[in-house]
Design a binder for this molecule. Structure first.
Ligand SMILES: NC(=O)c1ccc[n+]([C@@H]2O[C@H](COP(=O)([O-])OP(=O)(O)OC[C@H]3O[C@@H](n4cnc5c(N)ncnc54)[C@H](O)[C@@H]3O)[C@@H](O)[C@H]2O)c1
Length: 354
């Protein structure tokens, strides 16, 4: 089979990771990279065609597909330029920076009929797929609630090298929580309302360092989420899964998904149940193990993108769905500021009709 001619826009932290994975993938041929720091990127990527202007990559190298790994504010512009040229897109998360630009991108993608996949790579983990399947099979009965934590301590350097991270929008709600929201929507169920509180007491930056969110799922389940980037703990999904070497492995579960018949921890997938389905607080409870393999989610994401382009798979996350994860996350940030509970149903409807 012919290889897919692919380009990459933005060769920063995640763009370089995609380039490393592409170099080892036999189904793709890298035809060019676009980055405003073209000279530096050309030095780092010997043999690659590097363009300063991403439009030249699209028009001169003529890729069939592009990975968009530029800053959030450019995702919509880059994605629309690809759509207008009939180029399929794997677009990094968040799909765009605002709901309006998401709606603009969705309209262009639909008009052009291109394939789209949002880079919420966690959807491609075997453990995530296993949790989704176990919940869907009713292994813990109807889901009643979720209790989740994402707590870690970002070093001072993280803020020094990128001062925007200490300003509004640069905090853990918009940067980190969006992954968790997308994971919960994918594996557990659609989120229909949110409430939140946030604090900046520890670092005293303009942006929050800690937040607590309440989420309501479509099936009536409730969830609590504690989030902090200034607390040392083993409870982040990154550490629990050991998904990349920069976050040392803890193996600890940061999620408990509780149902009428039992509970699943994640990512360990330990399942707590009572003998004979007792549903009785006076009866003993025991854990049973579930196993799922561990794979590189970024490679699995490229495999899936290949299958979507070739028409043998349906995108696990087209731009429309990426916009819903953005919508929930933005609503949590808004709820933390306003102190109000926000019902998302009308907002979802407005997004799909605009
Ligand atoms: N899925 C993941 O695991 C993951 C991880 C990190 C970042 N991201 C997402 O990827 C995107 C990039 O994040 P990052 O951390 O790699 O950022 P980064 O700042 O390290 O990289 C962005 C790159 O885009 C380039 N760039 C800027 N303007 C450009 C333009 N007009 N045309 C072409 N290139 C341009 C920059 O020079 C830089 O090399 C963000 O949307 C981020 O949310 C995803």
């Amino acid at each position: 089979m012919t290889r897919i001619r692919i380009g990459v826009i933005g060769a920063g932290l995640i763009g370089r990771k995609h380039l490393r994975k592409l170099a080892e993938h036999s189904n793709y041929e890298l035809v060019g990279i676009a980055d405003v720091n073209a000279k530096q990127v050309a030095a780092e990527q010997p043999g690659a065609r590097v363009f300063e202007d991403y439009r030249k990559l699209l028009d001169e190298a003529r890729p069939e597909a592009v990975i968009i790994a530029s800053p959030n504010q450019l995702h919509a512009e880059n994605g629309i330029a690809c759509a207008r040229r009939g180029i399929h897109i794997l677009i990094e998360k968040p799909v765009t920076d605002t709901l309006q630009t998401s709606a603009d991108l969705i309209a262009e993608v639909r008009k052009a009929g291109i394939k789209s996949l949002v880079g919420h790579h966690r959807r491609h983990h075997e453990q995530v797929k296993a949790l989704k399947a176990l919940v869907a099979q009713g292994r813990i009965g109807d889901v009643v609630g979720v209790s989740a934590i994402w707590a870690t301590h970002k070093p001072a350097e993280y803020f020094k090298i990128a001062p925007w991270r200490s300003q509004a929008g640069g905090g853990p709600i918009l940067i980190n929580l969006i992954h968790e929201i997308d994971f919960m929507r994918f594996a557990i169920g659609e989120i229909v309302a949110v409430s939140a509180i946030a604090a900046n007491r520890q670092r005293s930056f303009a942006v929050e360092d800690t937040a607590a969110a309440l989420v309501e799922f479509e099936n009536g389940a409730l969830g609590t989420f504690f989030l902090s980037d200034c607390a040392v703990s083993p409870w982040t999904m990154e550490q629990g899964l050991g998904e990349s070497p920069e976050f040392p492995y803890s193996g600890q579960s940061s999620y408990r998904v509780m149902g009428r018949r039992g509970t699943l921890e994640f990512p360990s997938l330990d399942q707590w149940i009572q003998a004979n389905d007792a549903q009785d607080w006076n009866k003993p409870i025991q854990a049973q193990a579930n196993h799922a393999g561990s794979i590189d989610p970024y490679v699995a994401q490229l495999d899936h993108f290949r299958d979507v382009i070739r028409g043998v798979a349906t995108s696990l996350q087209p731009v429309e769905d990426g916009a819903r994860s953005l919508l929930v996350t933005l609503a949590i940030a808004e709820a933390a500021t306003s102190g109000r509970r926000i019902d998302l149903r009308e907002r979802y409807a407005a997004l799909s009709t605009s």
